[in-house]
Design a protein around this ligand. Structure first.
Ligand code: 9WN
Length: 448
């Protein structure tokens, strides 16, 4: 079933393999992010995984979102990791020290930070998939939505209350992990201001054991800073106001802000669509969506249209050219001619149109940017989930031909069937973890 000896699997075989990855990583209540490197549930992975699951079993997809929502803290925060009993990942729940935090539900162990708010986007997608499947599945998805809506709203309200930095209106992150793009060069300048104290408790990294080559992961120096930030937050009990006041890292993230804008509208649309009785909440969501979209537009360079993060501690604009700078395309933040300008940049030779690429989809950093590293994590490789987000947004924004093209090129990347976490852009080699659940989920959404 490979295409003419190319080592590429046919669509049917690839879909079957993707389904097998999700099945193999399924513990019953949750699908782990990957079998070896990440044996727990990650917040934004879970959203994408749920979309993939919807093509196999809508009920199971809804369970995934339900498991994540059951770990929601009483103030509304959705934690970035929901831990299983598995060992082998560091920092685990003991290091996070969240067991003493009473806002965490007693039944689960979690981390103390969050990740990009893509969950309402996923739920809306699942409702659409369910409706296309059958009346029975549609009813399941709709009744789940009616039950889960307020929890998702409380998650959005937590962000609006605690993480929207005025006057810029960007979504604030307090750790690179909250962006989902851990060691992106976006965060190099802010991390330079993170100075681990001598009282940082010792630790041993485990993540480097889960990959072929430690150079595919962040450096030790970066990890030291990651652990220091956790230590700072642990000391204030992850209390949101105190975290903002004490953290060495406070950045307005354009990519997360764009996703928040889309997610707020999607959650509001779900309420309207199902005639849920939440008029005031829907008005709030529409306002947060508009405010976030405006913040992304305000962060955009007036000539190039690229949107740049803002270091809220130093006031510095972070002008590294990473794929996140195309955030305005995710939420249609910019009017013409800037939108077209951004699109031609992203499809041109600095990005997806670079002549050396195996698959013509955007890498995490432009190959023409200083410091681009084709093998190291968020510093250059292509990430299927990011490609999926852009092609999904482009299709919604009416750029259907380009969306179709990226779907096809994205599938080219995945067609060896190993479901890598990320890919070397020039050789197409899968890097990091394999059997990565969200990569399999993205394949299912593209194929089904
Ligand atoms: C830290 C699970 C997660 C993704 C992130 C990705 C990576 C974790 C790590 O893996 O981060 O949260 O240990 O490297 O950067 O986007 O959610 O797949």
């Amino acid at each position: 079933s490979t295409a003419a000896g190319s080592g590429r699997l046919s669509g049917t075989t690839l879909a079957a393999r993707a389904a097998a990855v999700l099945r193999d990583n399924d513990t019953g209540a949750l699908v782990t992010a990957s079998p070896k490197l990440y044996p727990h549930m990650w917040s934004w992975d879970a959203a994408f995984i749920a979309i993939g699951l919807a093509y196999l079993d809508v009920r199971r997809a809804l369970t995934e979102l339900g498991t994540l929502l059951a770990a929601q803290w009483s103030d509304g925060m959705l934690p970035h990791i929901v831990f299983t009993d598995a060992d082998g990942y560091f920092p685990g729940p003991d290091r996070w020290g969240t067991d003493t935090v009473t806002r965490r539900p007693a039944s689960v162990r979690t981390s103390g930070i969050c990740q990009p708010p893509v969950h309402a986007i996923a739920l809306r997608r699942i409702v659409d998939v369910a409706r296309a499947n059958s009346a029975g599945e549609a009813a399941l998805a709709e009744s789940f939505t009616a039950r889960a809506w307020q929890a998702l709203y409380r998650w959005h309200r937590w962000i609006a209350r605690h993480r929207i930095a005025e006057p810029q209106g960007l979504l604030t992150i307090v750790h690179g992990w909250e962006s989902g793009m851990d060691n992106s060069p976006r965060w190099d300048a802010p991390y330079a201001g993170v100075r681990p104290g001598p009282d940082l408790p010792p630790y041993v990294r485990l993540d480097t054991l889960g990959v072929d080559d430690p150079a595919e992961r962040p450096s030790d120096d970066e990890y030291h800073r990651y652990l220091w930030l956790i230590e700072q937050m642990r000391r204030v009990g992850y209390e949101p106001v105190e975290v903002l006041a004490t953290s060495d890292f406070r950045v307005g993230d354009v990519f997360s802000t764009a996703l928040f804008a889309v997610a707020c509208d999607d959650l509001a649309d779900l309420a309207d669509d199902l005639s849920l009785p939440f008029r005031a909440e829907v008005a709030g969501l529409r306002m947060w969506a508009a405010r976030s979209r405006r913040a992304v537009a305000d962060a955009a360079d007036p000539v190039s249209g690229l949107a740049f993060d803002l270091d809220l501690r130093s006031g510095e604009r972070l002008r590294t050219r990473t794929v996140a700078a195309f955030a305005p395309l995710l939420c249609s933040a910019l009017a013409e001619p800037l939108e077209t300008r951004l699109l031609s940049d992203l499809t041109g030779p600095d990005w997806a149109g670079h002549p050396g690429l195996t698959a013509a989809v955007p890498p995490s950093v432009s190959p023409r940017e200083n410091g681009f590293d084709p093998r190291r994590y968020w510093r250059g490789p292509q990430w299927p989930v990011v490609v999926w987000l852009f092609s999904f947004a482009l299709r919604r924004g009416g750029h259907t031909a380009l969306a179709r093209h990226w779907r096809q090129e994205g599938l080219r990347l995945l067609s060896d069937g190993s479901f890598g976490e990320y890919y070397e852009p020039f050789t197409g080699e899968p890097l990091g973890s394999t059997q990565q659940s969200w990569t399999a989920a993205v394949a299912l959404d593209w194929l089904c």
